[in-house]
Structures are given as C-alpha cells and as structure tokens.
Design a binder for this molecule. Sequence first.
Ligand code: 4NP
Length: 159
Amino acid sequence: MSPRSVLFVCLGNICRSPVAEGVFKAALVQRFGASEAARWKVDSAGTSGYHTGEEPDPRSQASARLHGVDISMQRSRPFSAADFEDFDHILVMDSSNHVNVLALTEDPAARAKVALMLDASFPEQNKPVPDPYYGGEHGFEQVYQLLAQASEDWLDRWA
Ligand code: 4NP
C-alpha cells in the first residue's frame, strides 16, 4: 500500500487520540515493517486547546504501555484548518469532535477526509469511542481495545 497520512482527533488530545496515534503506528510497524511504517505521517490533535503542550493522561500512558505501546513523547496540540491540507484522513472519536472539525471547512474535498474512528469497525452506526476522562481504569482498557481493532479495520479498508 502506498503510504498515507492520518490524523486522529478527540477533544483534549490527552486521552483517546494519543492512544489512537500510538496504536495505529504500532499496527503499521507490525503489518509493513519499520521502514515502510516510517513513510507514513501519523499525528493526533484536539478540538480544544485546553491541554496544549501536555503529555497524554497518565491513565492513557499506562494502558498503552500495558500493550507495549509508548506514547509518553506525545504532546497535546489543537486541531487547525491547515490539518485539512496536511492529512489524507482525519479520524474523529465522537460526534461532537465531528461537528467541531467540520465547522472549520466548507470545502467538500476536505469534509470527505473526515470520518468517525469506529466507522470502519461498525459502519453506519455512528458509534463513539467513549470519553474515559471522568471514568476509571477500565474505560481506558476498553478504549485501547476499540482503537486497536479500529486501526486494523481501517488498514484493511485502505489495503
Ligand atoms: P480526550 O479526553 O478528548 O480523549 O483527550 C478529554 C480530556 C480532557 C477533557 C475532556 C476529555 N477536559 O475536559 O479537560
């Protein structure tokens, strides 16, 4: 498959989308090997700037680490309209992220890049990746599992 660019988006860019970025990069390495994976551009962002510059939530880091994925080097940054030009695919975690991202462009080609993260696994169900921020550790493991499966399903779809 020719390399592509993918941006994962949630609200704070500290819980869900950093795990999505990490697990997707790990899936690329596993599928294609490190040198091919390095040709992809993979990043994450938040629709809010509340946590700009912060590390991923410690609970996200811990749940990713349990599965061998290190996301500690990531730092939160806000989504911007320039991202529509810089990425082929913009995968959002929930319908609120979806509304907030689409509000930044009228361009049909840009809008067509945006999809819900779980659309590949559960087509046309508008299923969200639940926000684990106010919940317990179990929520983070559930999020990890959903994101790992979704990464595989998007890669299958793009193959
Ligand atoms: P995320 O989770 O969107 O998955 O990064 C959240 C992080 C922070 C907040 C909400 C959700 N917050 O309200 O600060």
